[in-house]
Design a protein around this ligand. Structure first.
Ligand SMILES: [Zn+2]
Length: 319
């Protein structure tokens, strides 16, 4: 199926027929934005009051069990439409956008957010939606529905990191005829990057990496944000994995000196949706760098993962 054409139609109809989506995409088109230069990396700030519901979402078990899950079809507004993708997912317009086109791709069943077993789905989605970057927020790293498996997708070209990483120096951990995995240390946050020409190789690199990352107490998987897209010129997939050590910053809140920010994939990608006007006006590059330092894997832990990758997987032979 030509998903690009079907998604074009979905946006046209939903923005016309569903008042909430129409209003919020209009507001986003008029939103104020400004940029910060953080070392080698550009950070784009977007004043987006509607994202308050996501930044301030309560995701503790008690709160989740009391609310009606907004990704389950039976709880969704009657105007919200879906396109089925494969046997297990539905593609929908995200009515509270950060991107000029923002999709949510939720599993058809209510089951926990988890990456294991879904890396291949993420890559296939990226190939079917070549105009979008697909992203995955771990259950403790920005997902506002950690109890319902889902990806999101944002229009390409709106997260500065996706271009920056193509020009950054990648230090290789492993490579083969089908691609490589490496890390980049010049963009102000710890990250690994994978480029491959096959789904199988990307899956193997990603799962080998995830296997080496620590799982937090009470968690079901390592804390990660993941971006993935299909590069039509290179005919290859690109994945970026941001290992995290913390969900929300110590300064999280709406009080004096606090920031209502709960960073996930888009912020790791350099696009910060800031709900509070005061925060939007005052945020500085060094504060953003401080938040990355607090939330992302430390240099020391990153070094340990890099060493362990070589020791664990070097003698496993070619992929
Ligand atoms: Zn659900």
């Amino acid at each position: 199926m030509d998903y690009s054409r079907v998604i074009d139609k979905l946006f046209t109809r939903q923005l016309r027929d569903w008042d909430v989506a129409g209003r919020n995409y209009d507001a986003l088109a008029r939103a104020t934005s400004r940029s910060l230069q953080m070392g080698e990396s550009l950070i784009r700030l977007q004043h987006n009051p509607e994202r308050r519901r996501s930044s301030a979402a309560a995701i503790d078990k008690g709160s989740l069990s009391r609310r009606a899950c907004f990704l389950c079809t039976e709880n969704q507004p009657s105007r919200q439409r879906a396109i089925l993708w494969g046997d297990h997912y539905k593609i929908q317009v995200n009515p509270y956008p950060i991107f000029s086109r923002h999709l949510t791709i939720a599993h058809l069943q209510h089951q926990p957010q988890r990456l294991a077993g879904r890396v291949g789905d993420m890559l296939s989605l990226a190939a079917d939606l070549p105009d979008f970057v697909i992203f995955y927020n771990g259950p403790q790293c920005g997902a506002s529905a950690p109890d319902h498996a889902h990806f999101q997708a944002g229009a390409k070209g709106e997260m500065p990191l996706c271009d920056e990483i193509l020009h950054a120096t990648t230090h290789l951990l492993a490579d083969s005829d089908e691609g490589f995995i490496g890390y980049v240390d010049e963009l102000g946050r710890s990250l690994f990057t994978i480029e491959t020409t096959t789904v199988r190789t990307a899956e193997r690199y990603a799962l080998r990496l995830l296997d080496l990352l620590p799982v937090p107490a009470g968690g079901i998987e390592p804390m990660v944000n993941v971006l993935c897209w299909w590069d039509n010129t290179e005919r290859s997939w690109r994945m970026v994995v941001f290992p995290r050590r913390k969900h929300r910053p110590a300064c999280y809140g709406t009080g004096e000196g606090e920031l209502l920010l709960s960073p996930g994939c888009t912020e790791m990608g350099g696009l910060w949706a800031v709900p509070d006007e005061k925060d939007f006006n005052s945020l500085t590059a060094s504060q953003v760098q401080g938040l990355f330092n607090e939330l992302c894997m430390s240099h020391q832990d990153l070094g340990m993962v890099i060493r362990n990758y070589g020791q664990r997987w070097d003698d496993m032979g070619p992929i």
